[in-house]
Design a protein around this ligand. Structure first.
Ligand code: AGP
Length: 620
């Protein structure tokens, strides 16, 4: 996902923008740039590749005195990662940065005469702005508005009117910051379908496309809502709603320090976040477990009572959590559960139970397909619930109820602690709902509560296991592919293990139901085919064991993750036996996360920012 930062004030702008862009790096990008407007003019710097390249281009350039500046990290959608396609995009007097997609940009480009320098949709914004500005100047000659005389009334202020006229022609999703020599000391902003927020500090006004750049800079932030637009100065902002009427926003608190988003001695954010999982799970359980029951204050029995079915919908790793949740909801709440991949669901013309519950799961809360899926379900009258890690995100704003994941900022693009947080939250939801429906025996309910209390230590990384995985990883750096296989709850875990390996090692891996191997995939079995078998002692162990035997008989290389010695395994990663599937699930999860990371490290990959990936996919 692209990242946006902005600053207006009297302090050095480049260092402030850079610090902000560094906080957004984890989201993945392929080019970056910034524009700085000072009394002596407007300068723009942009490069392909990482921020270090931009730093080289900037050299020791820094602003001084009153300044207005915007910055951007781009994850290419329209047009390859090139310098010309990097943001900001500028014309004679103005520069713009944009997140989202302008769906009618082709028609708009054809309508403007000025030549385009890039292949992007975003560039059309600055062309339209300057065209409207020129039209304003023609209709009201000699009324060039300086910031000192700016009225912030679109009816009078030409720059604001030109910005408004530009927005009125855009279709699609956008978060925009625009600066112009015609309006020094002001940043024009707009949000529709792509997050944008701002905060005020002693040194001026700061913009960002997420919390991270503002944490430790501002104590509060204003989360712009869809349709909001306006203009900001170091002292304040003029905010309008989609209809042009004045709007008001209540500030929300920001965490005091960005320390939590630092590596703290780990090699990668991903490694830190794997090791953080026990604390995250403890945070999730805080206030939610009494001696006799699961407590979910965000929900209530009356709201759940009329609901007779549930649909879970998500993308990627969050989809794997959804699939895991479907087993738990049917088993513990006895509610029919189906699972949907959001990008498929949106266009399938689904027939939904209007008395059903639609649960969307998202770490970022900004995944475009998942956001559109919940809107579709709401339009069909379903109750909606979001499991999300980012409060005030687009998906949280859309959902009727929310269970926040409490996982903290997740900076590794490959999701780890957010996934375990999603699964634990779904386990709590299933148990809570089962309590409300009174479908659990006392013994089963007590067993689940006991397992929930034990979950914290099963995710504690054991140094001997991590060391073993580090040593083992050297054997699995090639081959013609990996199969992760499991049954029941361990099938979605197999999918997740395969995705973790794929996205950071770039090796091919597939998650598969163990029982399906003989229906075709076993044709691939040979010594170069690495099979990671999730052999949970608590769940269909003998069935999985026979599936593994079939593979081993055809010389496949077997890595068994299991509780005890298994003679057919070429390698074994031993986990502790608990007798409860969810405890085995969480301990195996740590193993597949660390295995993927250790293989990727040996291959020299960027574990935190894998190629081609973004932390949040806010485009289709
Ligand atoms: C997870 O490792 C991936 N980065 C990706 O599959 C991610 O889970 C997916 O894009 C959904 O993102 P979300 O949870 O923020 O909606």
């Amino acid at each position: 996902m692209c990242g946006i930062v902005g600053y207006i004030g009297n302090q050095p702008a480049v260092v402030r923008l850079f610090n902000g862009l560094r906080e957004l790096e984890y989201r993945g990008y392929d080019s970056a740039g910034l524009a700085v407007l000072q009394p002596d003019g407007l300068r723009c710097f942009k490069t392909v590749g990482k921020l270090d390249n931009l730093a080289t281009k900037l050299g020791d350039y820094e602003s001084s005195g009153p300044v207005t500046a915007i910055g951007h990290t781009r994850w290419a959608t329209h047009g390859k990662p090139t310098e010309a396609n990097a943001h900001p995009h500028g014309l004679t007097h103005s520069q713009v940065v944009h997140n989202g997609i302008i769906e009618n940009y082709v028609a708009l480009r054809e309508a403007v005469e000025t030549p385009f320098l890039s292949q992007t949709d975003s560039e059309v914004i600055v062309h339209l702005f300057e065209r409207h500005l020129a039209a304003q100047a023609e209709s009201t000659p000699n009324q060039r508005v300086e910031s000192s005389s700016a009225t912030d009334d679109p009816a009078i202020d030409p720059a604001l009117a030109a910005f408004r006229a530009t927005l009125d022609t855009l279709h699609g999703a956008y978060a925009i910051l625009l600066i112009s020599e015609t309006a020094p000391g002001r940043i024009f902003f707009a949000r529709k379908g792509s997050p944008l927020q701002l905060g005020f500090a002693e040194d001026g006004c700061h913009f960002a496309s997420s919390d991270a750049p503002l944490v430790g800079v501002c104590s509060q932030t204003l989360y712009l809502e869809d349709g909001h637009w306006g203009v900001a100065t170091p002292e304040g902002l003029t905010l309008f709603g989609a209809d042009g009427s004045p709007a008001v926003l209540a500030p929300k608190p920001l965490p005091a320090s960005s320390l939590a988003a630092r590596k703290e001695g780990y090699r990668y954010f991903m490694e830190k976040e794997i090791y953080e999982q026990p604390r995250v799970l403890a945070d999730i359980l805080t206030g939610r477990l009494s001696k006799q029951a699961v407590l979910l204050d965000e929900l209530d029995a009356d709201w759940l009572r009329p609901i007779a079915s549930v649909t879970l919908c998500a993308c990627g790793t969050s989809y794997h959590a959804a699939l895991t949740g479907s087993y738990l909801l049917e088993r513990l709440a006895r509610v029919p559960a189906r699972v949907e991949i959001a990008s498929e669901f949106r266009y399938r013309e689904p027939v939904l139970d209007p008395n059903g519950l639609f649960v969307v799961i998202s770490q970022s809360g900004e995944t475009a397909d998942t956001l559109e899926a919940i809107k579709l379900a709401k339009a069909q009258g379903l109750s909606t619930l979001a499991l999300c890690n980012v409060d005030n995100s687009s998906i949280v704003r859309e959902a009727e109820r929310t269970l926040l994941l409490r996982a903290g900022i997740e900076k590794g693009v490959a999701s780890t602690k957010a996934f375990s947080a999603q699964v634990l939250t779904l386990w709590l939801l299933a148990l809570y709902w089962g309590q409300e429906r009174a479908v659990l025996s006392g013994e089963r309910h007590a067993r689940e509560l006991s397992a929930l209390r034990a979950v914290l230590n099963v995710m504690q990384v054991q140094p001997r296991v991590h060391e073993r995985l580090h040593r083992l990883s050297k054997r699995y750096l090639h081959g013609h592919g990996f199969f992760f296989i499991g049954r029941d709850l361990f099938y979605p875990l197999a999918l997740e293990g395969a995705l973790k390996l794929k996205e950071i090692s770039y090796l091919h891996a597939e998650g598969y139901p163990a029982g399906e191997m003989k229906h075709g995939p076993i044709a691939l079995a040979d010594a170069e085919l690495f099979t990671i078998a999730l052999m949970a002692r608590s769940t269909l162990y003998e069935k999985v064991k026979s599936n593994v035997e079939e593979l081993s008989a055809r010389d496949a290389t077997i890595i068994a993750i299991t509780t005890e010695y298994f003679e057919l395994a070429d390698d074994i990663i031993q986990i502790r036996s608990y007798g409860h599937p969810m405890l085995e699930f969480f301990e195996m999860l740590v193993v597949v996360q660390l295995l993927a990371m250790e293989i990727a490290i040996r291959l020299g990959n960027d574990v935190d920012m894998p190629r081609n990936l973004a932390k949040s996919v806010t485009v289709e």
